[in-house]
Design a protein around this ligand. Structure first.
Ligand code: IMP
Length: 184
């Protein structure tokens, strides 16, 4: 079985990626060491740099996932600061910021960074479009899932199995797997 080390402290991300890749015969091991994140507006350079640093440190093939929620009416906020905003403000305050906004459009983006020792890092991007709800709904998933409407239900209401069929992370993983299948 192929093995990939996934460097992340986020158990929600790990659970989702492990479930998706295991179905493709790839074993995913979690490493929670973390890595210093670049300050950038785009997720791609952050993921590439994280994968390169972790790969150099561990001497193994590694993947990272940098992801975030981009809200139209807030000009893409919280974007690359999604984890910080979630930890310090949380969903109720994000909903408050959106109180008077009619434009509820938003998207989740996930960028997988992958690096093998001695090679340049690669990135694989997935996006899912939806809307910000008016209240938190559902107890599934993690982070902004209870306020992200995909169709008429939130990711929080869908549960992992259903979310994993359409999520930004699934779409990024699909591209990654396609690359693995033709290159490894
Ligand atoms: P990162 O660790 O810098 O990639 O932070 C990503 C943050 O974006 C997470 O901590 C969540 O707040 C948010 N996020 C990313 N993906 C998801 C998702 O699938 N559901 C809910 N929130 C997410």
């Amino acid at each position: 079985m192929r093995k990939i080390v996934f460097v992340t402290g986020n158990s929600g991300k790990f659970r989702e990626i492990k479930a998706i890749l295991e179905k493709r015969g790839i074993e995913v091991l979690q490493n929670t060491d973390g890595y210093p994140e670049l300050q950038e507006d785009d997720l791609e350079p952050i993921a590439a740099d994280g994968a390169r640093l972790s790969c150099e440190k561990l001497g193994l093939s590694v993947m990272v996932d940098d992801s975030g929620l981009f809200i139209d009416a807030l000009n893409g906020f919280p974007g690359p600061y999604s984890a910080f905003v979630e930890d310090h403000l949380g969903n109720p305050k994000v909903l408050k910021l959106m109180e008077d906004e009619e434009n509820r459009r938003a998207y989740f983006k996930s960028v997988i960074g992958y690096c093998e020792p001695g090679k340049e890092p690669l990135t694989f991007t997935g996006i899912v479009e939806g809307n910000i709800g008016y209240e938190e709904k559902g107890k599934g998933g993690f982070g902004y899932d209870p306020i992200f409407l995909y169709g008429d239900r939130t990711f929080g209401e869908m549960g992992d199995e259903e979310k994993n069929k359409v999520s930004h992370r699934k779409r990024a993983v699909d591209k990654f797997v396609e690359w693995i299948d033709s290159n490894l």
